[in-house]
Design a protein around this ligand. Structure first.
Ligand code: KG4
Ligand code: ZN
Length: 335
């Protein structure tokens, strides 16, 4: 079965073809970083327009590199939420039109579920149940994943997502969007000890997160500093340290509640090597294994949508949103 995946929930247009027999056949991605860079964040209207411009040319390229025709596609999978409404509507309209033209079934995919399932494409020893740690620009949550479609949110951010903390801190230090990768680079030359940042709500007896206070703390630190390149590096290092302590602390709590030996870590921030190394040692300390998608599948992409679409279809979990999109679509309210 050939599944076409379409991702347009935020600032990446992603298309991919997943073959249930042979795995991923082709994968195309257009990043809108250049579109939003001057604004320091994603501008929803510009994002929707760019998706509309990019989808058709990307589809042509995708079919060429997979050496397939549109008619070969057996199932169209698209992100129906969560995400920016206008962006989701562009993807949904495109997907529905294609499915109509080739007269094939269509399946709505939850973007967060797709991030969680993505590592199954690559790791053969992976199985349910597991903890999902989703850390991206829009989400920060710990998920108890029992089986496909059966998830409980154990904790989530009460305000900013981790990626947002990276992006906003970067912005106030005058760095480009998205800030996460730049912070990681700067942190490599940071010196320990100059600053001490808080670990918000780390001691609260739950699995929730909060990062807006950290961002405010960084803003004040930056304001009071002499704003040198070394200050940027030291702040970046301490931001990573604080975030990592919060992530490991709350995962530890989740593990005390349900002792799963597997943790899937996904979403854009999971591309961060420093965070990966810390989470890996944490996982070994509790006799668990941490699984990450390869870096290109950590951030938003069409491959994870095609794959999740296939797995959901195979499991008979076919949500028909009938053209509707869900800017908010909690993982524990899928059906
Ligand atoms: O998953 P994603 O592509 O989109 C959302 O669904 O949000 O994640 C994007 C986020 C951005 O906030 C970006 O700064 C962050 O992931 N990010 C990183 C790194 N690479 C991307 N954060 C920290 N370190 C990185 N290396
Ligand atoms: Zn995402």
């Amino acid at each position: 079965m050939l599944v076409l995946g379409i991702e347009t929930s935020c600032d990446e247009t992603g298309l991919a073809i997943y073959d249930s027999e042979n795995g991923l056949l082709a994968d195309e991605l257009h990043s809108q970083i250049a579109v939003h860079q001057d604004y320091g964040g994603v501008v929803p209207e510009l994002a929707s327009r760019d998706h509309a411009d990019r989808l058709l040319p990307l589809l042509k390229k995708l079919l060429e590199s997979a050496n397939k025709k549109l008619d070969d596609i057996d199932l169209v999978a698209y992100t129906a939420g969560p995400g920016l409404k206008g962006c989701l509507l562009v993807g949904s309209t495109f997907a529905r039109s294609l499915a109509y033209v080739i007269d094939k079934p269509i399946i709505s995919v939850n973007h967060v579920e797709a991030h969680l399932l993505a590592p199954f494409m690559e790791y053969e020893d992976l199985s349910f149940p597991f903890f999902g740690l989703l850390i991206s620009g829009g989400h920060t949550m710990i998920i108890d994943a029992q089986s496909i479609g059966d998830y409980e949110i154990m904790g989530e951010t009460l305000d900013d997502a981790v990626g947002e903390a990276f992006d906003k801190s970067a912005k106030l230090m005058g760095l480009d969007y998205p800030g996460g990768p730049l912070i990681e680079k700067l942190a490599k030359e940071g010196k320990h000890g100059r600053y001490k940042f808080p670990r918000p709500i780390l001691n609260k007896p739950n699995c929730d997160f909060s990062f807006s206070g950290l961002k405010t703390h960084i803003m004040l630190t930056w304001k009071d500093s002499d704003k040198t390149e070394q200050v940027k590096k030291d702040i970046s290092l301490e931001l990573q340290n604080s975030v990592t302590d919060c992530l490991t602390g709350k995962l530890k709590r989740a593990h005390e509640i349900k002792g799963y030996p597997r943790i899937i870590i996904s979403g854009g921030v999971s591309a961060n090597q420093f965070i990966r190394e810390k989470l890996n040692s944490f996982a070994s300390s509790i006799n668990a294994k941490a699984y990450y998608p390869t870096k290109k599948y950590c951030t938003d992409n069409g491959a994870m949508i095609a794959y999740a679409g296939y797995k959901k279809f195979e499991a008979g979990q076919i949500y028909d949103l009938d053209g509707e999109v869900k800017p908010r679509w909690p993982l524990d309210q899928l059906a």
